[in-house]
Ligand binder design. Structure first.
Ligand code: NAD
Length: 502
């Protein structure tokens, strides 16, 4: 692996991690990871071939079927997670730097991500430690009936590029806590922090074969990772189209799959919540990380009576967002993840204009010459949108806000639910009863009332409808990695006595 920035070098080893050893890709292929802020090569990493993925699954299978990890006492498993959390804290600054160089997000955001990864590891260490088997009263003194949790087996963990370390930690931490073995596949666009994370997991003393890492193209590695009877569970976070392919492939083997997919998230503002704080929350909800957030509030649904003033205030704030290299402390937002992704955003903006939406601000690359080499794009607002427009219905995954107006609460709720997705929604109102009606009526996995964007390791995260079918975080995020077994133990065995043949 070549590295542009030597200050992060000690967090790396060569290429792929298979069966407890860092190895080269069997094809010899490599991939350049680019800094989205200026297009420079941050690192050149090994690119796994399908045979590497197959070897990684075999290693995880061996570690599960014959290794010690699934049978290791929970106290030891959770101690390993606590050690991983300590190492993450020790290397927080380096990891944050890696994340910023690879994704373009600001260092402040990357630091928050690392803190959250630490919380997730500590949360699952605690949760697994207190989880206990359940005794069931079957009404017979001779029978002990128990329900026990066991690790589900070999897991394939596939992550996207927008929150590389955070998203993969939501999978690795509960998988380790549950006693599973795994093959980790980060996005080929942003693999660096995951490589460094696996290096820390190795340093923490994970047994051989429990955690394996193959970075490379999803299209190339996809079938080796998912079209196999040797995998027991696939946890995927990414786009709807990829999620569907994985579900279809895994169905052949009846492999359990959890998919966390996209969102087209409404942020509903009633007139009684008008004010600068609401403007600020809507602005942050959509433009944080340049809109590359699955739960970004990309649809402003606003009461007509305040819409003109609110949108004007929003545009004025959007125009002042300081955009720049994520390593520069003055930057409040960075570039899009790649030039290819910016081209996708540009196609959506052209589509919005052709669909008749009113472009209020943005709609182009920034004019600043110092940003020319990066994949930057201005925060963009479209007013006068309606539900039939593709920019309102499709996830653009960039800094584009669409504005729809309503006059009644019923209309606001109908619009908020009028999406094939159901990941997250926000409601802003000063009327408590209305707030409660709205949060209960919205069919989304997370709903914020008078706030936006927050989550916690202890509460489940996931989507309704086409935003997915699983849950991460919280107790359900651990259950995904467990099988449930009922053990019926007769302590005074007798004949069944059903077939009376005398
Ligand atoms: P993507 O679907 O293109 O890729 C996600 C991952 O899947 C990558 O690692 C990719 O290499 C891999 N992949 C691609 N084809 C594959 C195949 N055939 N088989 C197996 N793996 C394959 O998504 P992306 O562009 O990396 O991420 C953006 C998407 O992720 C957005 O839709 C966003 O909403 C979603 N997302 C959802 C959540 C959530 O919590 N629901 C969180 C973050 C991102």
């Amino acid at each position: 692996m070549k590295l542009q920035d030597e200050s992060i070098g000690d967090l790396f080893d060569t290429g792929l991690f298979i069966d407890g050893t860092w190895v080269r890709s069997s094809s010899g292929d490599t991939r350049d990871c680019l800094n989205p802020a200026d297009g420079s090569v941050v690192a050149t990493v090994d690119e796994a071939a399908p045979e590497d993925a197959t070897r990684a699954i075999a290693a995880a299978r061996g570690a599960f079927d014959e290794g010690t990890w699934p049978r290791t006492p929970v106290a030891e498993r959770t101690a390993l997670l606590a050690t991983i959390a300590d190492l993450l804290e020790r290397d927080k600054e380096k990891l944050a730097r890696i994340e910023t160089l690879d994704t373009g997000k600001t260092l402040a955001e990357s630091r928050i991500d690392i803190d959250d990864v630490v919380s997730v590891c500590r949360y699952y260490a605690r949760l697994a430690a207190i989880e206990s088997d359940r005794l069931v009263d079957v009404g017979r003194p001779d029978v002990i009936s128990r329900v026990v949790h066991e690790p589900i087996g070999v897991c394939v963990l596939i992550a996207p590029w927008n929150y590389p370390l955070l998203q993969i930690s939501w999978k690795i931490a509960p998988a380790l806590a549950a006693g599973c073995t795994m093959v980790v596949k980060p996005s080929e666009v942003t693999p660096l922090s995951t490589i460094a994370f696996v290096k820390l997991i190795e340093e923490a003393g994970v047994p051989r074969g429990v955690v394996n890492l193959v970075q490379g193209s999803g299209a190339v590695l996809g079938s080796a990772l998912t079209d196999t009877p040797d995998v027991d569970f696939i946890s995927f976070t990414g786009g709807l189209v990829t999620g569907r392919v994985i579900l279809e492939t895994a169905a052949k083997h009846v492999t359990k799959v959890a998919v966390e997919l996209g969102g087209k998230n409404p942020h509903i503002v009633f007139a009684d919540a008008d004010g600068d704080d609401s403007v600020d929350q809507v602005l942050t909800g959509v433009f944080l990380h340049s809109g590359q957030v699955c739960s970004a509030g990309t649809r402003l649904i606003i009461e007509d009576s305040i819409a003109d003033r609110f949108v004007a205030a929003l545009a004025a704030r959007a125009e002042k967002i300081r955009m720049g290299d994520g390593l520069d402390p003055a930057s409040r937002t960075g570039p899009l993840v790649s030039m290819a992704h910016r081209e996708k955003i540009e196609r959506y903006v052209a589509l919005g204009v052709s669909e008749g939406a009113e472009l209020v601000t943005g709609g182009s690359r920034p004019p600043n010459p110092e940003l020319e080499r990066g994949s930057f794009y201005l925060p963009t607002i479209f007013d006068r949108c309606d539900r039939n427009m593709r920019i309102v219905r499709e996830e653009t995954f960039g800094p584009i806000l669409t504005v729809e107006r309503f006059t009644t609460e019923a209309e606001a709720l109908r619009l908020g639910n009028d999406t094939e997705y159901g990941l997250a929604a926000g409601v802003r109102t000063a009327d408590g009863a209305r707030g409660e009606r709205m949060v209960r009526g919205l069919r989304h996995g997370t709903v914020w009332l008078n706030d936006f964007g927050y989550y916690t390791a202890a509460a489940e995260w996931g989507g309704y409808k086409r935003s997915g079918n699983g849950r991460e975080l919280g107790p359900a995020g651990l259950s995904e990695y467990q099988e449930i077994k009922h053990i019926w133990h007769n302590t005074a065995p007798t004949a069944a006595g059903w077939f009376d043949n005398d």
